[in-house]
Design a protein around this ligand. Structure first.
Ligand SMILES: Cc1cc2nc3c(=O)[nH]c(=O)nc-3n(C[C@H](O)[C@H](O)[C@H](O)COP(=O)(O)O)c2cc1C
Length: 133
């Protein structure tokens, strides 16, 4: 069963083995590092989908010291290298968009700020869908 083809929505998967998101703390101040690319390259062998660990969409949502950032266009090049490394092994690449700093609670933000964060999440989901993840 695990080796049978699978499907999530319209995404076809070569088997049913998925790597769940796990923050690695290998980035350089939010930028994907070579160690990170190597790590995911190794991990993507044999699985059908790799979900890159929680990546902050806004610095306020950063929780781990060397967490990947998906908050600005200057990070795109590294993120592309990461997804390409995963694709090279025939796996699909996904990324977990996160905003989870427990220092903050929803009431610390105005309605407009929360709307801004939602817009940001959608913007990066679209970018990911169009290009590399
Ligand atoms: C080092 C480490 C990093 C993790 N990072 C994430 C993460 O980025 N996002 C997430 O949703 N869960 C994260 N988790 C949780 C795991 O994906 C998983 O849900 C958890 O380890 C429970 O797994 P289990 O149900 O197989 O025991 C992390 C867990 C560990 C041990």
């Amino acid at each position: 069963m695990l080796l049978k083809e699978g499907k999530i929505g319209n995404i076809k998967l070569k088997n049913r083995i998925i790597m769940l998101p796990t923050v690695t703390n290998l980035s350089n101040e939010g930028f994907v590092s070579e160690r990170e690319v190597e790590y995911y390259k190794r991990r993507s062998k044999g699985v059908s989908l790799v979900i890159v660990g929680a990546s902050y969409v806004n610095k306020l949502g950063k929780f781990f010291i060397n967490q990947i950032g998906i908050d600005d266009d200057d990070k795109i090049e590294g993120l592309k290298r990461l997804s390409e490394a995963i694709h090279q092994n025939g796996a699909k690449a996904g990324i977990q968009l996160a905003m989870h700093n427990p220092k903050y609670k929803p009431s610390d933000f105005t309605k407009e700020q929360i709307q801004g964060l939602c817009t940001r999440l959608c913007k990066w989901s679209n970018k990911g869908e169009k290009g590399w993840f």
